[in-house]
Write a protein that binds this ligand. Sequence first.
Ligand SMILES: NC(=O)c1ccc[n+]([C@@H]2O[C@H](COP(=O)([O-])OP(=O)(O)OC[C@H]3O[C@@H](n4cnc5c(N)ncnc54)[C@H](OP(=O)(O)O)[C@@H]3O)[C@@H](O)[C@H]2O)c1
Length: 267
Amino acid sequence: MRAPLDGTTQLITGASSGIGAELARLLAPRAGTLILVARRTDRLETLATELRGLKPGLTVQVESCDLADAAALGALVSRLPPVDILINNAGMGDIDLFERSDAAKTDLMMRVNMTGLVQLTRLLLPGMVERKRGGVLNISSGFGMTWMPGFSVYCGTKHFVTAFTEAVRLELSGTGVVMTQSCPGPVATEFEAVAGNPTGTKIPAFLEQSALDCARQTLGAFERGRAMITPGFWATVLIGLGRMTPRWMMRLLLARGGRFLRSKTPA
Ligand SMILES: NC(=O)c1ccc[n+]([C@@H]2O[C@H](COP(=O)([O-])OP(=O)(O)OC[C@H]3O[C@@H](n4cnc5c(N)ncnc54)[C@H](OP(=O)(O)O)[C@@H]3O)[C@@H](O)[C@H]2O)c1
């Protein structure tokens, strides 16, 4: 089952930067209507102008919405035309020792990464099933399959997205609607600026993928109706190795990372 990307109405959350903005740029030449959702409306308006320039006649709808706010999300859906393609990309991280992390920030992260994604999917999926056509793309993470000290709540939210996507995909079998997830490794976006970096550790450049490459590979997999993609060669290798490594060995290796994080985090 292929995701119908040509001439359809497509909604992208988190389109104001990073992977979401690149997904919008790649989809603009093919979509009939693009609906861009995030909180920073000025960024969305600038992107909308760029996209209309890419494809004259493209309808671009800018929707300012805090996806952590259930009421705002309900109001957003009431303003929408029938949506054929939903891309749940919006998300945020937090890098810290769990017991010292900011409770308000982790709560926001859980609401954006999990609750908002589930609510939006719940509101838009029934129409797709009824019309027997559509697709949902969830941007999870390599941390949806493994874990790392400093990323405890983020990893938890992405494990949720991974399991949720796998299960709903099975339920959609035979309906004409496809659900795919992308599990990227490190991607050069504004993610770190939001998540923080208490140890100042730099990711080796060869491991980091550009947002455009990540978006391109992700869309290719979505269009082919694949269940999951880990975009990028190194992300695929490292996530694959992580999944093959016995848990006891992972615990042993990653405990060093936990001690390093604690040594670098002021009490
Ligand atoms: N970068 C990586 O290394 C990496 C790796 C694996 C997975 N991912 C996942 O990829 C997705 C995109 O992240 P990115 O890397 O492109 O980061 P990014 O550049 O920081 O983009 C995050 C997007 O999410 C939106 N967003 C955050 N909180 C929101 C809220 N409360 N309401 C509405 N929109 C909200 C932001 O828009 P506003 O701030 O304007 O609202 C922004 O457009 C996320 O789900 C992330 O977990 C990223």
